[in-house]
Design a protein around this ligand. Structure first.
Ligand SMILES: Nc1nc2c(ncn2[C@@H]2O[C@H](COP(=O)(O)OP(=O)(O)O)[C@@H](O)[C@H]2O)c(=O)[nH]1
Ligand SMILES: [Mg+2]
Length: 315
């Protein structure tokens, strides 16, 4: 009798496990078609709702990046992300490109947002506006194939675990391949980062990076405060995100030599960054007063040594 019971139990257990695995395989099969196709469609959205997937929107600002954009897009691990439970949308933000950038993005089936006002800052602001409300995480990286889109699953992990609100990709603490970042750029970046850590108590180790990930609600709060047209945008975002009291942390990333020509003017953009770092020391979101603001307090404490580095913003 007891033998029979055990046997029956084993059969029931086996059937239940098999049914569950079958169901999961079915789900993955349903999902894999639209992700191989990689087009954003209503069907994919409804699949996502059905399967309760989270959504990642990837923003790629591009100005004449025909040499890199195809590689960046192909490198996005859509299928791996789908298996991890994410739907992926890619948005290329174009700014008057005169080469084949848009053609390549369209051919691959992705959404292109065109912003007439030139500059990376203008492009990113246009990109923020085009992020849909059902997005959970927003990732941004350059279209020149310097940052590695295949690192996205590892990159967003601290957001998923609720460790922080914003991830800043760190090249200085990550892997700099070949001569991807010149000595002078490294020194300048180190200096800007040092200033930012001291003045804003931000736990970041590379403030000139172009690789970011945010929770969607951060974008909603941050976007109205961003004004930069050009390359000051990264410094502006980091300083204002700090002032808004979000939790910011770095994740080491790989940085390769860029495809095509850089649009950065090292001296002019370097001066702009210093100006933004100094100007935003006193910046506060309108209607909010920071009672803990005190310069000596900032210089005494270093981000590594303080437990809670969010500023208390009170209305
Ligand atoms: N849409 C748009 N993208 C830009 C503009 N300027 C630069 N970018 C993009 O921003 C990213 C960073 O620019 P890049 O020249 O690589 O600067 P670097 O990474 O600091 O050397 C690249 O993907 C560029 O194509 C612009 O005016 N408009
Ligand atoms: Mg670049």
């Amino acid at each position: 009798m007891s033998y029979l019971c055990k046997d029956t139990l084993k059969t029931i257990k086996k059937n239940t496990v098999e049914t569950r695995i079958d169901k999961e395989l079915d789900l993955l099969n349903q999902l894999s078609y639209p992700f191989i196709d990689r087009r954003v469609s209503d069907r994919r959205v409804s699949d996502r709702r059905k399967a309760n997937l989270k959504k990642i929107t990837i923003l790629i600002p591009c100005y004449n990046e025909e040499k890199g954009i195809g590689k960046v897009i192909d490198d996005v691990p859509c299928e791996k992300l789908a298996h991890l439970g994410y739907q992926t949308e890619i948005i290329v933000i174009n700014n008057n490109s005169t080469d084949n950038t848009i053609k390549i993005a369209y051919e691959k089936g992705y959404k292109v947002v065109s912003e007439k006002k030139q500059g990376k800052g203008n492009a990113i602001r246009a990109g923020f506006k085009s992020v849909s409300n059902d997005t959970d995480y927003v990732v941004m990286l350059d279209g020149d194939n310097t940052y590695k889109a295949k690192e996205i699953p590892r990159f967003i992990e601290p957001l998923e675990n609720d460790f922080c609100d914003i991830i800043v990709g760190s090249r200085l603490e990550g892997k700099l391949n070949g001569d991807s970042l010149s000595f002078s750029h490294r020194v300048a970046n180190w200096f800007f980062t040092f200033l930012t850590r001291r003045l804003y108590l931000v736990n970041t180790t590379d403030i000139c990076t172009g690789y970011f990930a945010w929770k969607k609600e951060v974008i909603d709060e941050l976007a109205p405060h961003i004004k930069s047209d050009g390359f000051g945008i990264e410094a502006e975002m980091i300083t204002k995100m700090a002032r808004l009291g979000f939790k910011i942390f770095s994740v080491p990333i790989t940085y390769d030599k860029r495809e095509g020509n850089s649009k950065l003017s090292p001296y002019l953009d370097g001066l702009k960054i210093i100006w933004i770092l100094l100007k935003n020391i006193t910046w506060r979101p309108k209607g909010k007063v920071n009672k803990t603001f005190n310069l000596s307090w900032r210089f005494k404490n270093y981000p590594d040594t303080i437990k809670k580095h969010n500023l208390d913003l009170e209305t």
